[in-house]
Design a protein around this ligand. Structure first.
Ligand code: HEM
Length: 132
């Protein structure tokens, strides 16, 4: 296995864990579970997301490429910021339950878009199938 392949496996594994973990924490938010306030449910996501980004940077270093050179990478970064922002509203800053639930659902939609951009290598992602 090349270093690139190892980084890509790490990246995909962390992407899966990040989205699965966020889905689970959203469920805990909905059910008012005390598990949401456990230490590991606050610390683990940071470790996973750091590895997710570090592996992305590693792949780009191997490619000698800046993410600003391609449309699908720019789209991924912008959508990642949206995913993080909505996630913070869903799990922390949302005042009402309705706001938090809506932010959680929109964040999951942003995550689905990121994955579709990753596989299609196009900034349109799954939107291509809707409008293409
Ligand atoms: C929540 C955030 C992210 C998720 C869910 C995600 C998901 C994925 C997935 C599933 C793949 C594998 C696609 C394939 O098999 O071709 C992938 C590949 C990749 N991702 Fe991400 N990614 C995320 C963020 C990022 C960011 C922020 C960057 C860089 C700025 C990035 C850069 C890359 C690169 C360079 C590849 C390799 C593509 C290739 O081998 O052709 N990813 N990502």
């Amino acid at each position: 296995m090349t270093l690139f392949e190892a980084l890509k496996h790490l990246h995909m594994g962390c992407a899966f864990l990040s989205i699965a973990g966020f889905t689970l924490r959203g469920y805990w938010m909905l059910t008012g579970s005390p598990l949401l306030r456990r230490r590991y449910s606050k610390v683990l996501p940071h470790i996973i997301d750091t590895l997710l980004l570090a592996s992305a940077v590693g792949m780009l270093l191997i490619w000698h490429m800046s993410p600003l050179q391609s449309g699908w990478l720019i789209a991924k970064i912008i959508a990642l910021l949206v995913y993080i922002g909505l996630g913070m509203v869903a799990l922390r800053f949302g005042k009402s339950r309705k706001t938090r639930v809506n932010a959680w659902l929109l964040a999951l939609l942003a995550a689905a878009y990121i994955v579709s951009v990753a596989y299609s290598k196009s900034p349109w992602g799954f939107l291509q199938n809707l409008f293409g």
